[in-house]
Design a protein. Structure first.
Length: 559
């Protein structure tokens, strides 16, 4: 599935203080009415006496369809005989605008408004074999009917169907995130007279025991004079603990691109090659067009279920005969849907959530990390070798608000096959891939410059520089919305005339501020000890969102 880039540009117009939520809702509503429509079937047993129930339906003004066994006919020229308690009319063939596939055992039924009109239908069911004959005038006693059903519009489901349901779901999910998001500190880079949003720091580190060094690329590195300034803010309901901020500058020739991997090792890209073949479990044809850097994402949203709830895409690259190493290049981010799903998961704790969160602060980091892996939350990269999949790396969450360029080094020293085949695997709509490619060139020599903050001043004018220089668990704490810190780094290249690329090395964690209501759903929460349960929960929430939640959300926040 591809997602139009304009949807994500919409989010950038938000200031995260909710001031434009209504305009976004209008956009979603507009999108929703561009596609097919849906209706619900409300079926019920006839009550005793059945007369008032039938008369209330006003069948004279509806399109009546009679069901007897496998037979279906239209009852035309309908009248209701109150005295004899009979439904009268003339049997006719069902019209073309009412004769279409009728799915069973589903909450919603799809129809095309330009060709089909199920919304004024009322259906009468009988277990009697009435042997309908078209053209006959009939009088059927109310007592012969077992049940009735009425079709009603399902606006919540219809609103989703805009250029593919996932697109509209993501449009609404963007609004949900903008209104309710829980995430990491935001980082802005000074560009001229303004600060430009660049991403999120230490994403996914919601307890101190899973802190890790994170390296966020800072594109368009252009110090003002010899000063490079950033701003770190708290704009959400959480408490942020920042332990370390360092600027890493890679000096390199201008004709290559450079990135840092998860361990902070530098890699260069001279020629990024697109995959020769890209196959997902949803499509049987090649998909390289989905993997160009064009703002259109590949989502892991296949309807094909797997044993562990994961979704995947397989990439095939031609391997140069002399290649001893490869570097997978990805432009990726987490989805807004993952953020939404995690919020729904947390809601199940109810009033117990804060107690649970305190316990998690003391849980071993290995246990928390393993749970995340068992639930397919990271983006796992596998290499096919000897007919089997070998895990190369698992990329932890990087946040939903901005795409990142990522590198995964792959050792091909003992690799004997002619093609490099990789599998990217994650949970249901947990990640988005905008571009995927491979570089087989040798890494070039680069100069790495590591810079500590020259000064850091918070919103109160206090100097907090020493809190950010080293990873010593002496944290800069930002407990409230509106907290911010301006951090400056001094950089002046020496004997270097090429390009320079900057990365912010950061470390810390954050905790949510929540006031959930209701009793904890312990029975449901126990299920999340099973591998893959969170991914299956994501898909369940997605279906529920399609069927029930979207329209209610739109009405709530549009008013």
């Amino acid at each position: 599935m591809k997602t139009p880039g304009f949807i994500f540009q919409v989010l950038r117009s938000l200031d995260f203080n909710r001031r434009r939520s209504q305009s976004i809702i209008l956009l979603v509503l507009f999108l929703g009415f561009c596609g097919c429509s849906y209706y619900k079937v409300n079926k019920s047993e006839l009550q005793e006496p059945p007369g008032p129930q039938i008369e209330k339906l006003e069948p004279e003004d509806r399109y009546v369809i009679l069901h007897s066994g496998s037979q279906m006919v239209h009852l035309n020229k309908v009248t209701v005989d109150d005295d004899k308690k009979e439904l009268k009319g003339v049997l006719a063939n069902i019209g073309a605008d009412h004769k279409f596939e009728r799915p069973v055992n589903r909450k919603s039924y799809r129809y095309r408004p330009t060709k089909e009109n199920p919304l004024n239908e009322v259906h009468f069911y009988t277990s009697e074999n009435l042997n309908f004959r078209v053209g006959e005038e009939v009088s059927i006693p109310f007592s012969m009917f077992d049940s009735i059903s009425v079709n009603k519009p399902n606006a919540g489901r219809s609103i989703v169907n805009a250029a593919g349901s996932a697109v509209a779901v993501f449009a609404v999910a963007i609004v949900v995130v903008a209104l309710t998001k829980s995430s990491c500190p935001f980082i802005y880079v000074k560009d001229g007279n303004e600060y430009v949003f660049r991403g999120e720091l230490y994403p996914g580190a919601i307890t101190p025991n899973i802190q890790r060094d994170d390296y966020i690329p800072l594109p368009q590195f252009d110090p003002s004079g010899d000063e490079y300034m950033i701003k770190v803010t708290n704009e959400l309901l959480e408490i942020q603990y920042t332990d370390l901020l360092q600027l890493i500058v890679l000096e390199h020739p201008g004709d290559v691109k450079v990135l840092l991997d998860q361990k902070g090792n530098a890699h260069s890209f001279s020629k990024i090659e697109a995959p020769k073949r890209a196959i997902s479990d949803r499509f049987s044809t090649s998909l390289p067009e989905l993997l160009q850097q064009d703002g259109k994402s590949f989502l892991f949203d296949s309807s094909v279920e797997t044993a562990n709830g994961s979704r995947s895409i397989t990439l095939e690259f031609a391997k140069p005969s002399e290649a001893k190493q490869a570097k997978l290049f990805l432009t990726a981010k987490n989805s807004y849907w993952l953020d939404y799903t995690f919020g729904k998961f947390n809601e199940q704790f109810g009033v117990y959530y804060n107690t649970f969160q305190k316990k998690q602060l003391k849980t071993a980091g290995e246990e928390s990390t393993q749970w995340s892996k068992d639930q397919n939350i990271p983006l796992s990269v596998y290499l096919r070798t000897g007919g089997e999949w070998k895990l190369v790396e698992q990329i932890p969450t990087i946040g939903p608000l901005a795409f990142r360029d990522l590198v995964v080094p792959i050792d091909l020293g003992n690799f004997k096959e002619e093609k490099v085949v990789l599998k990217l695997e994650t949970g249901f709509i947990f990640w988005e891939i905008d571009r995927a490619g491979m570089d087989f060139s040798e890494n070039i020599q680069m100069t790495e410059v590591v810079l500590e903050p020259s000064f850091a001043i918070d919103e109160k004018g206090e100097d907090v520089t020493e809190l950010l220089r080293k990873a010593d668990q002496q944290y800069l704490i930002q407990p409230e919305v509106g907290n911010e810190v301006i951090v400056s780094f001094k950089y002046k290249p020496e004997n270097h005339t090429g390009s320079a690329t900057a990365f912010l090395k950061n470390r810390g964690y954050y905790t949510y501020i929540r006031d959930y209501k209701g009793l904890p759903q312990f029975a449901e929460l126990q299920k999340f000890k099973e591998s893959g349960r969170f991914s299956r929960f994501s898909e369940e929430q997605y279906r529920k969102f399609l069927e029930e939640d979207m329209f209610d959300f739109a009405l709530t926040y549009a008013n």
